[in-house]
Unconditional design. Structure first.
Length: 277
C-alpha cells in the first residue's frame, strides 16, 4: 500500500501512517493539495491527512475535501506528544528561537511563553527539525516528534511540552475508489457534504430528519463556496452506517433541501471514540 502524506520523513502524518499500516510505502508531499492530487490521480495511492485537533480545532483542509471529494476509508485518533529538539549538548536555557508548524506552536504556547522563546512558523514539524539540524545553532530548537529527533540526530531537551496532556489529532485516510464496510454490529461513521437551497431557515429544516429519526451528528461545519460568502457547503459526520434505515431516512429528508449532496465515506469508528463516551 502507498500512502501520501504532507511533510518529510519524521512528520506526525508519516508516523500515523506507519502505525495504521506498518508495511506501507510512504510518499512525502510538500503540501496537502499535493497529497489529495496524488490520491485522486492514482488508485493505488491513499492520502493521510490531519483533519482536526482536540485543542486547536480544525487543521484547515476542508476546502480540499470539497475540491477533490475523495472517499474516506478510515479515521485514526493519534495522541500528540510534542518535544523540544535541539543540538546535542545544548540546554533549554540556550534556546532563543523555536521553529515548528503553526499548530504545534499553538499547542505548546504555555511552554514557549514560560521560556520566553521567539516563534518561527514553518511548513511542518519534521522540516523544522531538519532545518535546525543543518544550521547547528545552539540557540535554535524545533517542536517535533521523537522520530524526528532520531532521524535528524537531535537531542530531546524536553518531552511532552504540549499545553494539554491527552491531546489528540484526528487523521483521515482517503482515496479515489469507493469502498465501505458491510453493515454489521460495529460502530460506524458516515461522512458527507451538502449545499442547501437558498431559502429562509433552510439549515434548520434540513436537520429535522436527524432529530426525528434519533441520528446523532458528531460534526457539522460550514465552509463558504468559492468566491462567495453567501453560499456555503456543510461538512458533516454522523454516528451510523448509511445502510441503517434511520440514517437513510434522515439523509432522504436532508436531500429534499439540498442543491448538492455527496457521501464522502462510511467507515468504522475509531476505538478512541468509545473512551470519550
Amino acid at each position: 500500500m502507498k500512502i501520501a502524506y504532507q511533510g518529510i520523513p519524521g512528520s506526525y502524518s508519516e508516523s500515523c501512517a506507519k502505525k495504521m499500516y506498518p508495511d506501507c510505502e510512504t510518499i512525502s508531499c510538500k503540501t496537502f493539495d499535493e497529497c489529495f492530487e496524488k490520491a485522486s490521480q492514482d488508485n493505488s495511492i491513499r492520502s493521510i491527512i490531519p483533519e482536526s485537533n482536540k485543542t486547536t480545532g480544525n487543521i484547515g483542509v476542508e476546502y480540499l475535501i470539497f475540491k477533490y471529494r475523495l472517499n474516506i476509508y478510515a479515521e485514526y485518533f493519534q495522541k500528540v506528544e510534542h518535544n523540544l529538539l535541539g543540538q546535542k549538548g545544548s540546554k533549554i536555557s540556550d534556546i532563543k528561537n523555536i521553529f515548528s508548524h503553526a499548530q504545534a506552536l499553538s499547542q505548546c504556547s504555555k511552554f514557549i511563553k514560560k521560556n520566553d522563546l521567539i516563534e518561527h512558523v514553518r511548513a511542518d514539524t519534521a522540516g523544522s527539525a531538519e532545518s535546525i539540524s543543518k544550521n547547528k545553532r545552539i540557540d535554535e530548537a524545533a517542536i517535533a516528534s521523537k522520530l524526528s529527533a532520531k532521524i535528524y540526530n537531535l537531542e530531546i531537551l524536553s518531552s511532552n511540552i504540549e499545553n494539554e496532556k491527552g491531546n489528540v489529532t484526528r487523521f483521515l485516510v482517503m482515496g479515489k475508489n469507493i469502498m465501505q464496510p458491510k453493515y454489521g454490529k460495529k460502530k460506524y461513521i458516515t461522512s458527507f457534504l451538502f449545499k442547501l437551497k437558498s431559502k429562509p431557515a433552510a439549515l434548520y429544516q434540513s436537520l429535522g430528519g436527524f432529530a426525528i429519526n434519533g441520528v446523532n451528528l458528531t460534526k457539522l461545519q460550514s465552509y463558504p463556496e468559492q468566491n462567495s460568502f453567501k453560499s456555503y457547503f456543510f461538512l458533516c459526520d454522523l454516528d451510523g452506517h448509511i445502510e441503517d434505515q434511520k440514517v437513510q431516512k434522515s439523509l432522504e429528508e436532508l436531500g429534499l433541501h439540498c442543491e448538492d449532496f455527496h457521501v464522502l465515506g462510511v467507515f468504522e469508528a475509531d476505538k478512541f471514540r468509545e473512551k470519550r463516551s
